[in-house]
Design a protein around this ligand. Structure first.
Ligand code: A3P
Length: 278
């Protein structure tokens, strides 16, 4: 169920040539106006993708597509080549595994970060509810796996450190960093900042309308229509679960919290990454 490629693990997607296609990904051709939404899983990729897709068309209107159809590691090259411009792609893979041509053309990247404790809870629910994973472990069991990075896409810590390195090593590369928590706290401001980065003119009304259409409740209602209930435990799509900051407090024991903080300090000791908790 998991594809290993050069020591990196990604979920398998439902087409037969996935492994061969994935190996060719670095050779895929980019376009100058391609945009990339990059995030560790469960950091708010769907949300950001939806906001960007509306901003790009300068209309508060849901586009007739979903994030999954634009996910780099989840598509075949022919499909990638035939997507209409501007392509708003998304991925959870590392910068070094992206098509090389993105780097040549300096296609803009929006990079989303979320508090890793909330990511852990969200990812646990994801792994437990998506039937394809066949995962029925306890939260306690999952907690250890997550810390070790024994999950698809690997360790949150390694992923986050890698993006930090990429930004340090390529200061001229256009990467806009966002925090899930800031989007929750001040979405209007964050949407304006995204628009500025993308050099898109917006009015306050447009920003407000986009924000409204991309609210958790509205996305849950609309986007769940695209989910195949047979892929979910109890036939209940769980991609839009709670959409809150700090749900980890309902899951972590005091001991787990201490262990996590200790582990975080060790792993991120040299990092300047700031995690937002509200
Ligand atoms: P929870 O499981 O904590 O609810 P991704 O899109 O990267 O898979 O991330 C999924 C997480 O983002 C889930 O978190 C989901 O509920 C949350 N999410 C999705 N759409 C959202 C929105 N419009 N506003 C806030 N959170 C959202």
């Amino acid at each position: 169920k998991i594809l290993e490629h050069e020591g990196f693990y990604i979920p398998t997607f439902p087409y037969p040539t996935h492994a061969q296609e994935y190996a060719t990904l670095p050779t895929w051709k980019a376009r100058d106006d391609d945009l990339l939404v990059c995030a560790y899983p469960k950091s708010g990729t769907h949300w950001l993708w939806e906001v960007v897709s509306m901003l790009k068309q300068q209309k508060a209107e849901r586009i007739d597509a979903i994030k999954e159809w634009n996910m780099l590691e989840g598509m075949e090259q022919a499909n990638f080549d035939s997507l209409p411009s501007p392509r708003i792609l998304n991925t959870h893979i590392y910068f070094r595994h992206l098509p090389k041509d993105f780097k040549n053309r300096k296609c803009k990247i929006l990079y989303m970060l979320r508090n890793p404790k909330d990511v852990a809870v969200s990812f646990y629910n994801h792994h437990s509810k998506v039937l394809e994973y066949e995962y029925s472990g306890s939260w306690e069991h999952y907690f250890t796996r997550y810390l070790k990075g024994d999950v698809d896409y690997g360790s949150w810590f390694e992923y986050t450190l890698d993006w930090e390195r990429v930004m340090e090593d390529n200061p001229e590369y256009p990467i806009h960093t966002l925090h899930y928590e800031s989007m929750k706290q001040n979405s209007l401001n964050e949407i304006k900042r995204i628009a500025k980065f993308l050099e898109i003119e917006v009015t306050d009304d447009l920003v407000r309308e986009i924000d409204d259409l991309c609210s958790f409740e509205k996305m849950k209602k609309e986007k769940n229509k695209h989910e195949d209930v047979n892929e979910w435990k109890d036939k209940e799509p769980g991609m839009y679960r709670k959409g809150q900051v700090g749900d980890w407090k309902n899951w972590f024991t005091v001991a787990q919290d201490d262990l996590f903080d200790k582990f975080y300090k060790e792993k991120m000791s040299k990092s300047k990454v700031k995690i937002h908790s509200s």
